[in-house]
Design a protein around this ligand. Structure first.
Ligand code: HAM
Length: 430
């Protein structure tokens, strides 16, 4: 009986694994150079962890299960609630500020589509305990630092920045009741993903006052902070959010990444816990879903029973990123393909033991070496050497009786006869 892979999951054969490792290694390298420390948590948590503050969309996409004691659990769809739980648990002993990163394997029962799967990896960087827009700027800088590192430019990707605080202040100004805000955020987050007529219908179902609906649309389409205040008016909260965004843009300029960044009020974020600056990175062709998203979430630790401590961070999945790198031709030369230093071949079975012994010696000396399990025709073994990307092929044959072996350079095809002891002495120091 053939059993297919589960829908929305991936098998990582060595070429796909090389891509995954390339992406993940880059995430880790960039996190460390920006001063983040790595953490991880369990792959499943109590179901209620994700029901408290992630929002309806995530709750609908949970893979939930019951343990043998009847406790309700769920596979993690994101790691931010786990981070909040972990930080709360040791809040008094952890040195602040907390700058942590993680690369969890996550699970969401989404409808599988280009760039969206049911199991994926997600880079997370978060700063906890800094109530300053400088921390939001550092999160955005670190995100761009990675995107630049893998070869993407401001012509390939854009960081779209807005503020939940500005949106909520604007919505209150135009009379949207507090109780309607969360469901309205969830809808507004879909603005760019829905056909315009469907969006308009859904908006008028939630906002019956047509003047207010028009103002919301003006807000979403604004291209500058002044257009936003024209749409929704001003007031102390709007003013302080506008000031904060202006400060953020200034900091991003000082950090040398503002050429990647745009103010874009239609960025709302689907998750319910954001409270301040929010951002997403999109590819310029607008054909794929967001590459990453994040923002400030000042109430999440408190909502999980801890103190009121501000936090900001972002999550970037590996799926859209992998597609984009492939499309832009940015993977080929950068992938660390499986490479051998040596492939040890032998001309017939009589030298097989010698070939095995030499291979083990090379490995003990720290070289990447393989041998052929079958001492078949030399041509076949040379093909294996080439298939395995060997730099050199050592050939053991007749001359071995005189303590000599042939060393073939696989790139040039040149071959020289070398004294065995001299060959071994090359590895004495390492
Ligand atoms: P999120 O917007 O739900 O945020 O996800 C962030 C990123 O994860 C997305 O932009 C996308 O790259 C990737 N992603 C999400 N769902 C899928 C999926 N089904 N398949 C493939 N990739 C996916 C969060 O998860 C927040 N916890 C991020 C955060 C960290 N905010 C603050 N700190």
């Amino acid at each position: 009986m053939k059993i297919p892979p589960v829908k929305g999951t991936r098998d990582f054969y060595p070429p796909q694994m090389a891509v995954r490792n390339y992406i993940v290694d880059g995430w880790k390298k960039v996190s460390l150079r920006n001063g983040f420390e790595e953490y991880d948590g369990p792959i499943f948590e109590y179901l209620k962890m994700f029901q408290i503050k992630s929002g309806d969309e995530i709750v609908e996409q949970l893979f939930s299960l019951q343990d043998r004691g009847g406790r309700d659990l769920a596979l993690r769809p994101e790691i931010t609630p786990t981070l909040a739980r972990m930080v709360n648990q040791q809040i008094n002993s952890l040195p602040k500020p907390i700058k942590w990163f993680s690369v969890p394997r996550l699970f969401r029962a989404e409808r599988p589509q280009k760039g969206r799967l049911r199991e994926f990896f997600q880079w997370n960087i978060d700063i906890i305990g800094v109530d300053d827009v400088l921390a939001d700027a550092e999160i955005i800088f670190t995100t761009v630092d990675y995107l630049r590192d893998i070869g993407l430019t401001q012509r390939d990707v854009r960081v779209k920045i807005s503020s939940r605080k500005l949106l909520s202040a604007g919505l209150r100004n135009i009379g949207v009741p507090e109780g309607k805000l969360d469901s309205l955020y969830a809808l507004l987050d879909k603005y760019a993903k829905m056909p315009p007529e469907t969006f308009d219908e859904a908006l008028s179902a939630q906002i019956t006052d047509s003047d207010a609906a028009v103002k919301i649309m003006e807000f979403m389409r604004a291209t500058s902070l002044s257009e936003v205040t024209e749409a929704v008016g001003t007031g102390p909260e709007v003013e302080s959010s506008v000031e904060e965004l202006a400060q953020l843009m200034d900091l991003l300029g000082q950090m040398g990444v503002s050429q990647f960044c745009d103010f874009c009020p239609s960025i709302v974020r689907g998750l319910a816990y954001y409270t301040g600056v929010v951002f997403e990175v999109h590819e310029c062709a607008q054909e794929l879903r967001a590459i990453c998203g994040g923002g400030r979430y000042d109430n999440l630790l408190r909502d999980f029973g801890g103190p009121s401590i501000s936090a900001t961070g972002m999550g970037m999945g590996d799926c859209v990123l992998g597609i984009l790198l492939e499309e832009k031709g940015l993977l080929k030369e950068r992938l660390a393909l499986h490479k051998l230093d040596f492939f040890v071949a032998c001309v017939d079975g009589a030298y097989r033991q010698d070939a095995v012994k030499l291979t083990m010696k090379l490995r003990s000396a720290g070289r990447v070496a393989n041998f052929s399990y079958k001492a078949g025709k030399l041509g076949k073994q040379l093909k294996q050497a080439s298939d395995q990307n060997a730099r050199e092929c050592i050939i053991i044959g007749e001359e071995f009786k005189d303590n000599k072996l042939a060393v073939k350079d696989m790139a040039t095809g040149e071959q020289e006869l070398v004294d065995f002891d001299e060959f071994l002495s090359r590895f004495d120091s390492g």
